[in-house]
Design a binder for this molecule. Structure first.
Ligand code: SIN
Ligand code: FE2
Length: 214
């Protein structure tokens, strides 16, 4: 199915650094079914602000879908199969989500991507995400696929060391970034969100991050 939906991208784009691909407006008109499915997920697993291991409240609101969800609390960062708020499994990953993630990974040269976790982040005006590595997953041979929706944000893409220089690139509604291979453990983050409005989404940015975690 997804071959038809995303057939507008037929050749592998150039990586902007080795192993990292920026697929501008890859989502295209699939944004509506995606947002529809997102509402269903949030009805089961609502937004929440998690605690960092150090006891701070994260400014990014989060939820998850898929077999595993990323969680943070006083015990640390990890993947969990149950939503700690409800005690129930996270909502299933909708086919629309999985198809998008797999198509984007394939365009970036990763044909075998099987995401079992989708972290859903919500940023409001002023919300930022500090530089970090995604390293709670078991298999670093699998890429990260990150989908941006709503208000544009500045994506910070650093190196393998926190002190490495940081590239800044604007991600707008529908953009997808895939990073794997030599870029899999690069530091990344989001600069404070500007107080802007998106016609479909209002004053927020939502990011879907797909991982093969377990
Ligand atoms: C993340 O690193 O978990 C999210 C990045 C983003 O919001 O684009
Ligand atoms: Fe991340």
């Amino acid at each position: 199915m997804h071959d038809d939906l995303f057939s507008h991208l037929t050749s592998t784009p150039e990586p902007f650094v080795p192993g990292a691909y920026l697929l501008r407006d890859f989502v295209g008109q699939q944004d509506q079914p995606l947002l529809h499915d997102l509402q269903r997920i949030l009805a089961q697993a609502p937004w929440r602000h998690m605690q960092t291991p150090g006891g701070l409240t994260m400014s990014v609101a989060m939820s998850n879908c898929g077999k595993l969800g990323w969680v943070s609390d006083r015990r640390g960062y990890r993947y969990a199969s149950l939503d700690p708020l409800s005690g129930l499994p996270w909502p299933k990953m909708p086919p629309s989500f999985e198809a998008l993630a797999q198509s984007a990974a394939a365009v970036a040269g990763c044909e075998q991507f099987q995401p079992d976790a989708c972290l859903i982040n919500r940023y409001e005006s002023g919300t930022k995400l500090s530089l970090h590595q995604d390293k709670d997953e078991r298999d670093f041979s699998q890429p990260i696929v990150s989908v941006s929706l709503g208000v544009a944000a500045i994506f910070l893409f650093g190196g393998l060391k926190r002190s490495d220089p940081v590239l800044r690139t604007e991600l707008t509604h529908g953009d997808v970034v895939v990073w794997g291979g030599p870029s899999r453990l690069r530091y990344h983050g989001i600069a404070p969100l500007k107080p802007e409005e998106h016609p479909l989404m209002g004053r927020v940015r939502i990011n879907l991050t797909f991982r093969a975690a377990g």
